[in-house]
Design a protein around this ligand. Structure first.
Ligand code: LMR
Length: 341
C-alpha cells in the first residue's frame, strides 16, 4: 500500500514534469499572406490548409493566414517571402515574372487552355513540376498550383467587340503577356496592385479590368463597373510557395505533414474554384449593378482572333520550348495569326 502510494506520487511527479515540457516546446508559426478576400477560392483554400496543418501536426505548427493584403500588397509580399518576414504565399502566376521567372507568364497567354482538364495536365503534371523547380534559385520552394479560374473583362461601357476596348485604360497584373494582350485590343495597360484596384476603378485612374468572377464579386467591383463580358480569355491561378530556407530547416517529419496538408488543400482548392466562380457570377447578376454580356460565338471568335497573336509576340520572352511543350500536352493548335514562330 505504502509502496503503491509512492509509485503513484512518483508517476504524478513525472507527469507534472512532462506536461510543462511538452507545452514549452516552441510552436512553429507559418505566416501565410495573400491579397484576396477570405471568401475567395484562394482565401478558402488557405484556411483549409491552416486547419489541416493544425490537425496533422497536432498543433505543433500553426498557420496564421493574413487575407486581403492586410500584411503585404502584391509586390511587397514577394519581398517579404524572400526576406523570411512571411513563410508562405500563393501569388497568381502573373506575379512571378518580376522576379525574373518569365516562363510563368505562359499561363497568361490568351485562350491557351480549352478546358480545366487540359490545364491540370500542365499544372499537376511534369511541366508544372519543372516550373516549380525553377523557383529554387530564387530562394523559393514551389509547392503546388491552385486554381482560380477564367477571367472576364469589365468596364463602364459595353465590351462586345475588340473595337470597344480602344483607348480604355485597363488594370493588369505585372505580366508582359497581359500588357501585350491589352495592347492587342487597342487599350492601355496599367499595372496596379490588387488591393488598389477598387479605388483605381472608382476614381477613374483605370477604366476597366480583367478578373475571375470570384475576385470581381468579393472585391465589390460590381459597384464600380457597369459592364462585364464573359470572354473567358485567360486563366488566373496560383503558385503556392514557401521561403526555401525556412522549408529546408523544418524537421523532415513536420515537412512531410505540411506537404500532406498542401496536397489536400490543392485537391480542395481545385474542387471548389469553378463552383465559387459560378456562384460569384450569379451574385454579380443579382446585384443588377453590372450588366453581364454573354458573347455570341461570332463575338468570341473575334476576341480570339485579336488576342491569339500575343502567343507569337511573347514567345521570345517566355521561351518557345515551354509554350510548345504546353501545346503538345494540351493539343492546342494556334491558328491564323498565332503560333510561336
Ligand atoms: C490580381 O491581382 O488580379 C490577382 O492576382 C489577385 C489574386 O491573387 O487572385
Amino acid at each position: 500500500m505504502k509502496n503503491s502510494g509512492k509509485r503513484i506520487a512518483a508517476l504524478c511527479a513525472a507527469l507534472s514534469f512532462a506536461a510543462p515540457l511538452a507545452a514549452a516546446e516552441p510552436q512553429t508559426v507559418i505566416r501565410f499572406s495573400h491579397v484576396v478576400a477570405p471568401e475567395a477560392p484562394k482565401g478558402k483554400a488557405a484556411e483549409f490548409f491552416a486547419g489541416r496543418v493544425a490537425e496533422l501536426t497536432r498543433g505543433a505548427v500553426k498557420v496564421e493566414v493574413y487575407a486581403n493584403s492586410t500584411l503585404y500588397k502584391d509586390k511587397e509580399e514577394m519581398e517579404a517571402l524572400q526576406l523570411g518576414a512571411v513563410q508562405m504565399l500563393a501569388p497568381s502566376v502573373a506575379k512571378l515574372a518580376p522576379l525574373g521567372l518569365k516562363e510563368f507568364e505562359v499561363f497568361d497567354l490568351p485562350y491557351i487552355f480549352d478546358t480545366t482538364a487540359l490545364l491540370h495536365k500542365v499544372t499537376q503534371g511534369p511541366i508544372g513540376a519543372a516550373l516549380l523547380d525553377r523557383l529554387e534559385p530564387k530562394g523559393i520552394k514551389g509547392l503546388a498550383f491552385w486554381d482560380n479560374g477564367l477571367k472576364s473583362f469589365s468596364a463602364n461601357r459595353p465590351l462586345r467587340t475588340p473595337a470597344d476596348f480602344r483607348d480604355l485604360k485597363l488594370r493588369i497584373q505585372p505580366s508582359k503577356v497581359l500588357e501585350s494582350q491589352t495592347r492587342a485590343l487597342g487599350a492601355f495597360p496599367l499595372v496596379t496592385a490588387f488591393s488598389d484596384v477598387y479605388q483605381a476603378l472608382q476614381t477613374g485612374i483605370v477604366d476597366g479590368t480583367e478578373n475571375p468572377h470570384s475576385n470581381f464579386y468579393t472585391q465589390r467591383m460590381h459597384e464600380v463597373q457597369g459592364h462585364m463580358t464573359l470572354t473567358g480569355h485567360g486563366y488566373l491561378g496560383y503558385v503556392v510557395i514557401a521561403n526555401k530556407r525556412f522549408w529546408d530547416g523544418l524537421p523532415s517529419r513536420i515537412r512531410n505533414l505540411i506537404e500532406q496538408a498542401v496536397k489536400e488543400a490543392t485537391v480542395y482548392a481545385n474542387r471548389i474554384a469553378q463552383e465559387e466562380n459560378d456562384q460569384a457570377l450569379a451574385k454579380i447578376r443579382e446585384t443588377g449593378q453590372t450588366q453581364v454580356h454573354e458573347p455570341t460565338p461570332a463575338e468570341l471568335a473575334e476576341f480570339k482572333k485579336a488576342l491569339l497573336r500575343t502567343h507569337r509576340e511573347m514567345a521570345p520572352r517566355i521561351g518557345r520550348e515551354i509554350i510548345e511543350a504546353i501545346y503538345r500536352e494540351t493539343g492546342f493548335t494556334p491558328g491564323g495569326d498565332a503560333g510561336t514562330r
